[in-house]
Design a protein around this ligand. Structure first.
Ligand SMILES: Nc1nc2c(c(=O)[nH]1)N[C@H]1C(S)=C(S)[C@@H](COP(=O)(O)OP(=O)(O)OC[C@H]3O[C@@H](n4cnc5c(=O)[nH]c(N)nc54)[C@H](O)[C@@H]3O)O[C@H]1N2
Ligand SMILES: Nc1nc2c(c(=O)[nH]1)N[C@H]1C(S)=C(S)[C@@H](COP(=O)(O)OP(=O)(O)OC[C@H]3O[C@@H](n4cnc5c(=O)[nH]c(N)nc54)[C@H](O)[C@@H]3O)O[C@H]1N2
Ligand SMILES: [Mo]
Length: 691
């Protein structure tokens, strides 16, 4: 380094400050971050080198977080709609004008029936403070409809909780010591990068990696083996593995006897699934099924990284229940590097009632709206079973017009002139375009929060690095101010963000002072949590036959050959729509440097399917079914298996070629468990767009 540079760099060090932060996004990795601030401006966002799972590295998206925060298109003052809904024509107004008007509108609706007001939120930020704290208090006090937050993971989480008693599993670090890792329904390189680093470590130590995925993903490329099954057939594969474990005595009888309940009935069922039957359902060969069962029976320790990609189908819940039984059958839990991880969020002792205050309902029991059927629900009239027509929506931490299934109906619903819509956002998303008011929210660099994780077992803090830009306010502050205007005078509406952050955990579980000091705190948990059983179920056993659920079974897709042969004849291609690597759901689609990497909305199609339709690489195609159609660019590639197309998501509609995205063709039917959408249980046809 020459001396001029050395001086520059010394000055930088002197004038800059490092702030401890956490990545807010809906991703299992929940990275610990270090934010460098210079002269009141964030100049760098990096992974914390000391945090064990972050290990100093951020994904490409979040390393651009400052670019997103300082984006010239940030909404920095409240906006009021002046054009037709969806036109995106707004004028800036003062906070007072916006909040006074919103409070007046909500008060008038609430006077008739507060359930006509619906909060709509998901995991734009996973923070316990800016997610559901003050907002939940506000809607509970109001008596608004409750929201069933099902859009992502409820099929798998409820299934896992039915089986193990909670969303609990292996410590992610211990996968480094596994000898066999099944990466099941997860494109880890794209959506669980820090787990992938650990799996790589296991691979270097000699572990075998097997990817189970209908798409030849970036992750599948790098595993030793790829089982490219048909979407929604994972339950059948699990039954086939059980069949082989029974037939070749790969079972740990002692573990089954002492730590499970209900095995005999499932054993009978599994015996009806010989490898040939499984192969026919899954689109695999019988030898692939046999070989996987042999590896799973003979390799110790064996670990499964199950992820939510495989539960976005009708039978997603049952499939998770079946797969979750496998580690018990072979006694994989005996070793800390054996077992399964779908979600670790149940380990965190979050004081949700303190944060969200359901007691403010004061005995009222409002109806519940399922966020996954918002399209249908916005179009419903009043009825005894549904309750009042939805008259107002308050959207925060979510972009439903882009991400909810069957967007033709979602768009019609949001276009209703008699619907009053408020959107708290950073940007003019597809949803914000339909708002009556858009309120500018702060980003993670501008507010305080505390975080759990669903992929590791550390609690984290996010300190604000900079003052809010423009007139942006944290979600909490917006709901505090609305509460004041509504005349809600309970003391809990005056809690500061720091007070909320302190309420998130009991001190004996996660000490706030320690969190501030170190940035993160590891939960005190056993190394091999179920080595001696001790599942968080009433009996301490893994519930194979869970009360209210019965014995798990293979449940075929809504839109598959078993349930809908006539539909399959008309729409011969199955479609899945997993995320593009450089977006986080619909977040970051408007960050140009990331959008440039993704290029355009793509449909991966196998060369045979493309040839049969006269579709060439890079040509514009129509993807359609009875619900709608959208246009995107064909990528002719063996990443798609024959008969299955992959529509990579989730583009902003307005940034796609014809103002639509992949959810134009998805549907609102739900999963077997957890009332979740079936984004990957869809039939379509594809044709070339002439010219
Ligand atoms: N880069 C990036 N990371 C993300 C996200 C993102 O949008 N972008 N989203 C975040 C969110 S909200 C979530 S919930 C997680 C999602 O991450 P995951 O839980 O990993 O789920 P998906 O990415 O939906 O799908 C993972 C893989 O499952 C495959 N898959 C689809 N259908 C089936 C099936 O029927 N069976 C099997 N075995 N596999 C199937 C897909 O092809 C895909 O490769 O990732 C988070 N991380
Ligand atoms: N076809 C198809 N559809 C899917 C999926 C799929 O795989 N295929 N995946 C589904 C899944 S897994 C999920 S989780 C959902 C995700 O759906 P959403 O949770 O809606 O996720 P995002 O699209 O990332 O939108 C989050 C929005 O929150 C905003 N936001 C972030 N932080 C804050 C904040 O602090 N305050 C406020 N007010 N706003 C904030 C962001 O700017 C962003 O616009 O999509 C689902 N939709
Ligand atoms: Mo998700």
């Amino acid at each position: 380094m020459d001396s001029a540079n050395a001086i520059e760099s010394a000055k930088d060090q002197a004038g800059s400050r490092i702030v401890r932060a956490a990545c807010p996004h809906d991703c299992p990795d929940t990275c610990a971050m270090r934010v460098t601030v210079q002269g009141g401006r964030v100049v760098k966002v990096q992974g914390d080198p000391e945090h064990p799972t972050t290990h100093g590295a951020l994904c490409q998206k979040v390393s651009r977080y400052a670019e997103r925060t300082y984006h010239p298109e940030r909404v920095l003052r409240p906006r009021k709609r002046i054009g037709p809904k969806g036109s995106g024509r707004f004028v800036e107004v003062s906070w007072d004008e916006a909040l006074d008007d919103i409070a007046a509108r909500l008060r008038a609706i609430a006077a008739r029936d507060p359930q006509a007001i619906v909060p709509y939120s998901y995991a734009g930020t996973m923070g316990l403070v800016q997610g559901e704290s003050m907002a939940a208090r506000f809607f509970h006090r109001l008596g608004a409809s409750l929201l069933d937050r099902t859009i992502c993971a409820s099929a798998g989480s409820e299934a896992l909780a039915a089986t193990y008693g909670g969303k609990v599993g292996m410590h992610v670090e211990h996968f480094a010591e596994s000898r066999l890792i099944l990466i099941w329904g997860s494109n880890s390189i794209a959506s669980n990068l820090h787990f992938w680093s650990i799996a790589q470590e296991a691979k270097r130590r000699g572990a075998k990696l097997v990817c189970i995925d209908p798409r030849r993903s970036e992750t599948a490329d790098k595993c030793h083996q790829h089982l490219q099954l048909l979407p929604g057939t994972d339950g059948a594969l699990a039954l086939g593995l059980m069949h082989e474990l029974i037939r070749h005595d790969g079972l740990d009888h002692d573990y089954i006897e002492r730590h499970t309940e209900g095995w005999p009935a499932l054993r009978e069922r599994a015996l009806q699934w010989p490898p040939e039957r499984v192969a026919a359902v899954c689109g695999l060969t019988a030898d692939e099924v046999r070989a996987l069962a042999r590896d799973y029976a003979l390799t110790r320790p064996a670990a499964i990284r199950l992820n939510y990609g495989m539960q976005r189908v009708r039978g997603g819940g049952n499939a998770v229940r079946l797969i979750a039984v496998l580690p018990c059958l072979v006694g994989a839990w005996r070793h800390r590097a054996g077992g399964l991880l779908l979600s670790s969020s149940g380990w965190f002792p979050v004081q949700r009632a303190a944060l969200q205050r359901p007691d403010l309902l004061a005995g009222r029991r409002p109806r519940t709206i399922n966020m996954s059927t918002i399209g249908d629900d916005l179009l419903q009239g009043p009825s005894p079973s549904f309750g009042p027509r939805i008259e107002a929506l308050v959207v925060y931490n979510s972009n439903p017009v882009a991400v909810a299934p069957e967007s033709p109906k979602v768009v019609r619903g949001f276009s209703r002139e008699d619907l009053f819509t408020v959107v708290l956002e950073h940007f003019m998303t597809d949803t914000a375009d339909y708002a009556d008011y858009v309120l500018p929210a702060t980003t993670q660099l501008e507010h305080l929060d505390v975080h759990t994780s669903y992929g590791h077992t550390y609690a984290l803090i996010n300190e604000p690095a900079i003052a809010p830009l423009g007139e942006a306010r944290p979600n909490t502050e917006i709901f505090r101010q609305l509460a004041a205007r509504m005349g809600f005078d309970e003391p809990c509406f005056a809690d500061s963000d720091e007070a909320l952050a302190r309420q998130a955990f009991a001190r004996e579980d996660v000490d706030f002072a320690q969190l501030r000091e170190a940035g993160w705190v590891k939960l005190a948990l056993p190394q091999a949590p179920f080595a001696e059983g001790g599942f968080p179920t009433p009996s301490g056993r893994c519930r194979i036959d869970a009360p209210g659920f019965g014995v798990p079974d293979y449940v075929p897709n809504h839109e598959g050959p078993e349930s809908a042969p006539e539909l399959v004849a008309r729409y011969p291609l199955a479609m899945i729509s997993p995320p593009a690597r450089n977006f986080l759901n619909s977040t970051f689609v408007n960050v140009k440097s990331l959008r440039d990497i993704e290029g355009q909305p793509l449909l991966e199609i196998h060369p045979h399917d493309a040839a049969a339709r006269g579709i060439g690489e890079g040509e514009m195609v129509r993807v359609y079914n009875d619900r709608g159609e959208y246009r995107c660019v064909a990528r002719v590639t063996e990443r798609a298996r024959p008969g299955v197309v992959n529509g990579l998501g989730i583009w902003w509609r307005k940034l796609g070629p014809d103002g639509t995205n992949v959810n134009e063709v998805t549907h609102q039917r739900l999963t077997d468990i957890g009332r979740a959408p079936c984004f990957y249980d869809v039939r379509v046809e594809v044709s070339r767009v002439a010219g």
